[in-house]
Design a protein around this ligand. Structure first.
Ligand code: GLN
Length: 578
């Protein structure tokens, strides 16, 4: 079968779930037995999302190969259950950067380098590389139709169609139908305009997904059918739902997958089996009980609104773990700064069943987070620390248990007497040698888990050790990825988690911490034999685990992240105790 492309574009407004819809279509096609991948196009000039402000763009997603990417890639990975590469994200910045570089290197042999054909050609080349070896590639064009920014990508889509034939391409338009509160009537006009804008680029949607608060009625379906000149069966209603994980099930009910195949003149390879997924979605919608988790982080405002996207992967990882235990997880966002102000605010933390200290940069609210960690440690409230969360747990332990008063990270206090968290100069050199640029440890790194740790028992229980084995083997086979393995012992206790940080636990302080009872539950052994701390635990505590990694980037509805599962189990016990 020739490779098929599904081009997804959005009309009317952004933020209506285009990424999740794309991911859900991918999930269905995968269920039908097709090898499926998804590519996200971001029309901004940044080369990647690493330098974007989280307040504008939500959380940065990190791939195994160290890409810092828009979180839609997170949705693709979560729904497809596949490890995607950074090449699955294409930005305008990358395209121009590469075309200009080629021009400087004389690769265009004296030709005039122009928008057409050079920019769309570069886009197409990248789409083809990312979709190599797949039956289906979904290509989601970011932004909204009508934006100046996505014109080159629409042009590239049209060229793709010309090259491989319309029989191999399906266009899907995702629109939004508002119901203005003063008229209480669903309006189709913005959708009509989006169809018109798209047609100006020579693209006529094969399928229109109509996002709205409510299902589309017949009158409106008919309007769109006539306006877009497509049969009604291809106008699909996608109303708001209780959980994003219901979307593939709803699409399946609407026979969306079948309709896509019909457009392409092909048949399913196997019968889809959504039983387990359906059960998990049902668990999300009907939990047997609820627990309350405090997320002690930075509270981010944009104007009068606060951005909830900053910790989206953590939120999803909690949903996944909760679904598998049929427990509803209520996450409350606590501004760590408020904990610094009043002692009572700290005491209020005892009304939660568990606490998460998420990752972060910069010194705002750091002391509040350290107070929360101390409280959780002493009051034996389940705690999970992620990245910065581990660093702060180490600082708290150094200050209050090892009596290294004033211990800190050089990120917050350069001249601290006890730099228990620091940038390792050797680390910088290693990263330079690996020619990966920048000073961050990015992407998947191997960690060896100690045999008597709670961490290991959770990774075993969830089958992660076995799953990571395959990926580790693949990595070992690739010279350019060898540094991700380092000299970490490979055997039955090795796992892979993703990273995004600059600072590490200072190796020189590890024995102080251990002597005072901090358990090093996992480490990465670098190529120069230096051990980097990856997991810590406190023994005399129902659940106190922190990791230098971001396990939330490897959490799936049907394969929850081990530490999140552990946290929810412990929080359930905590609730019963309270
Ligand atoms: N700011 C810390 C570092 O760079 C932690 C980063 C994070 O939590 N992702 O090491």
């Amino acid at each position: 079968m020739d490779r098929k492309y599904i081009i997804v574009a959005g009309g009317v407004i952004s933020g209506v779930g285009k990424g999740v819809a794309t991911a859900s279509i991918g999930k269905i096609l995968k269920e039908y037995g097709f090898k499926t991948t998804a590519i996200k196009i971001d029309p901004y000039i940044n080369v990647d999302a690493g330098t974007l402000r989280p307040t504008e763009h939500g959380e940065v997603w990190v791939t195994d190969d160290g890409g810092e990417i828009d979180q839609d890639l997170g949705n693709y990975e979560r729904f497809l259950g596949e490890t995607l590469s950074k090449i699955n994200n294409i930005t305008t910045g990358q395209i121009y950067y590469s075309v200009i570089k080629k021009e400087r290197e004389g690769k265009f042999l004296g030709k005039t380098v122009q928008f057409i054909p050079h920019i769309p050609n570069e886009i197409l080349e990248r789409i083809k590389i990312a979709s190599n070896n797949y039956d289906f590639a979904l290509v989601e064009i970011g932004g909204t139709i009508g934006d100046y920014e996505n014109i080159p990508f629409l042009f590239a889509a049209k060229s793709l169609e010309r090259q491989i034939g319309k029989e191999n391409v399906v266009y899907i338009l995702i629109t939004y139908l508002p119901i203005p509160s003063h008229i209480k009537e669903m309006k189709t006009k913005p959708t009509q305009q989006a169809i018109k804008s798209l047609s100006e680029h020579g693209i006529f949607p094969d399928i229109i997904l109509c996002r709205a608060k409510e299902p589309l009625d017949d009158v409106r379906k008919k309007k769109i059918e006539i306006y877009a000149n497509i049969d009604r069966e291809f106008v699909i209603s996608a109303p708001d739902i209780s959980t994003i994980y219901r979307i593939p099930l709803n699409f399946e009910k609407e026979k969306l997958g079948k309709k896509i195949l019909k457009k392409l003149g092909i048949k399913k390879r196997k019968k889809a089996d959504f039983k387990h997924w359906e059960k998990l979605v049902d668990n999300i919608e009907h939990p047997r009980m609820n627990i309350k988790i405090a997320m002690v982080g930075k509270y981010l405002d944009i104007g009068d609104y606060s951005l909830l996207d900053v910790y989206i992967s953590i939120k999803e990882a909690l949903v996944h773990a909760g679904a598998n235990l049929r427990v509803g997880v209520e996450t409350e966002w606590i501004n760590s700064k408020t904990l610094e102000k009043r002692e009572n605010n700290i005491k209020n933390l005892s009304s939660y069943d568990g606490i998460i200290i998420p990752g972060g940069f910069g010194e705002t609210g750091i002391e509040g987070k350290i107070l929360a960690i101390e409280f959780a440690r002493k009051q034996k409230i389940p705690l999970l620390g992620l990245c910065l969360g581990l660093q702060l747990a180490v600082i708290e332990f150094a200050r209050n248990v090892c009596a290294l008063s004033g211990a800190n990270s050089t990120e917050f206090e350069e001249s601290t007497k006890y730099p228990v968290i620091d940038v390792l100069p050797s680390q910088k050199k290693l990263l330079d040698n690996a020619r990966i640029g920048g000073t961050m440890r990015l992407g998947a790194y191997a960690a060896f888990l100690e045999s008597d740790s709670l961490t290991l028992s959770l990774y075993r229980k969830t089958g992660r050790i076995e799953k990571d084995k395959e990926r580790l083997k693949e990595m070992l086979g690739r010279k350019d990825e060898r540094y991700r393995m380092g000299r970490t012992p490979i055997g039955k206790n090795t796992i892979l988690e993703r990273h995004r940080h600059r600072y590490e636990v200072s190796p020189g302080f590890v024995h102080f911490l251990e002597d005072s009872g901090l358990k090093i539950a996992g480490f990465h052994k670098r190529l120069d034999d230096v051990n980097l701390i990856e997991f810590i635990e406190i023994n005399d505590h129902p659940f106190f685990i922190a990791t230098q990694s971001h396990p939330e980037f490897k959490s799936f509805l049907d394969d929850p992240a081990p530490l999140f599962l552990g946290l929810i189990e412990a929080s359930l016990k905590q609730k019963k105790k309270r």
